[in-house]
Design a protein around this ligand. Structure first.
Ligand SMILES: [Zn+2]
Length: 414
């Protein structure tokens, strides 16, 4: 099972000053900042997925890339741009969620093929149009006509895409530079997904990406995979787009799912209410120590004269100081740290977050950073469980992916 990480230009600066919370002046972003596969060895995933919408922008507006970054990706190719080792794969897609509200995908086959081949991806997914709904027993005539249309559009574009890719590959002599075409299957039910797969196989696809399954429950995904596996031709493998259900991966693999992509382990580090720092058997709440300058609620209170700025800075520093003392001294009283965190959070006055302070106890008492063998935890220790600013939060996300990757490797998967 291969795990792809969808690129969103998430990088860290390796020499960030955690004590003073600042970047040294010599930092040059493009030169110095590291992607997860450069920051953690071995790389916490098998490949990266880069969406055209992120690079080139889409109907929703500009992408995540600046114009010079975009130019560099097209010029140098995905491997050089990301510093990808030979063992890692690159997969391109269109980023169908970015144009989900359009009637028709905003890209032409030529543009997409140009993106995949100029950037020299190993594999590229056909242009698809996401169907946002699940009606397991509904035939074509009973579902929203827009869904039927979207499936037809996806299949029609897949047929044009594989033909265009084959003619491109015929023109390129080195097999290594051939683009592997990946067909995108959409559907709203096990039967409609299975039919999409039948048609994609007829077109010649050996690898098929299953789209639109993100909102589905695990039994629903399994029902689709079962129907799909009944029509699968030998040698065909499936990619699950945007899924992380590690607990179900073994079952997915039985249905010839050979790869998936997901941001969830990464994003949980700073988006989840609870499961911020993952370990092999559980997850922990990260300890919030907001930056006085960076917290909008606190800033407002200070400007309104409700909270004194110096008191806020003092409380913030006290938390960080005590957390460091706690890290260094095994006998340090956990309650003292909790009290300081409580005092600081009280200034901000968010009742929900204040209630959470006591839950930090688990994170502190278990000291999970001491048990992780990833380079980041070894180096940054307690800073890995502190919820504060992009450098800490992204490192925790990178750590979570190493935990996921280790779990994947331990699963008895094909
Ligand atoms: Zn770690």
């Amino acid at each position: 099972m291969k795990f792809y990480f969808p690129d969103s230009q998430d990088q860290i600066y390796p020499r960030y000053d955690f004590i003073n919370d600042e970047y040294p002046d010599e930092r040059v972003r493009q030169r110095d900042d590291l992607y997860a596969h450069q920051a953690v060895k071995p790389a916490p995933y098998d490949g990266i997925l880069v969406s055209k919408a992120i690079v080139d922008g889409s109907v929703k507006g500009a992408g995540k890339y600046s114009a010079p970054q975009r130019d560099r990706l097209y010029r140098d190719g995905v491997k050089t741009f990301f510093g990808l080792p030979d063992s890692m794969q690159s997969l391109g897609d269109c980023g169908a969620f970015n144009y989900i509200n359009e009637e028709y995908p905003p890209y032409r086959i030529e543009d997409v093929l140009h993106y995949y081949t100029e950037c020299r991806f190993n594999s590229g997914i056909s242009i698809d149009h996401v169907i946002f709904g699940y009606r397991p027993d509904a035939p074509d005539k009973d579902v929203d006509p827009a869904w039927v249309k979207r499936r037809e559009i996806s299949l029609d574009l897949a047929e044009k895409f594989i033909k265009a890719t084959e003619s491109h590959n015929r023109l390129v002599t080195g097999r290594k530079q051939h683009l592997e075409p990946v067909g995108a299957a959409q559907g709203w039910s096990p039967a409609s997904y299975a039919d999409s797969v039948v048609q994609l196989q007829k077109m010649g696809y050996k690898r098929i990406a299953l789209g639109g399954m993100v909102p589905l429950k695990t039994p629903e995904i399994l029902a689709c995979l079962e129907a799909i596996s009944e029509v699968r031709e030998s040698g065909v493998g499936f990619h699950l787009l945007g899924i992380t259900r590690i607990a179900s991966m073994e079952r997915f693999a039985k249905y010839h799912v050979t790869s998936f992509d997901s941001t969830s382990a990464f994003r949980q580090a700073f988006m989840d209410e609870r499961n911020n720092y993952h370990t092999a058997d559980r997850s922990y709440l990260a300890i919030r120590v907001p930056q006085v300058d960076g917290n909008p609620t606190l800033k407002k209170l200070i400007l309104a004269g409700m909270v004194s700025q110096s008191a806020a800075i003092k409380a913030e520093r006290e938390c960080l100081k005590l957390l460091r003392q706690y890290e260094a001294d095994e006998n340090f009283e956990v309650q003292e740290v909790i009290d300081a965190l409580y005092a600081y959070q009280s200034l901000i006055g968010d009742a929900k977050k204040l209630k959470k302070v006591d839950d930090y106890r688990d994170t502190l008492v278990d000291r999970p950073w001491n048990h992780c063998r990833c380079e980041l935890c070894k180096k940054h220790k307690i800073d890995m469980v502190i919820f504060r600013g992009t450098e800490r939060n992204k490192r925790r996300g990178f750590h979570n992916m190493t935990v996921l990757e280790a779990k994947m490797r331990k699963l008895p998967l094909t």
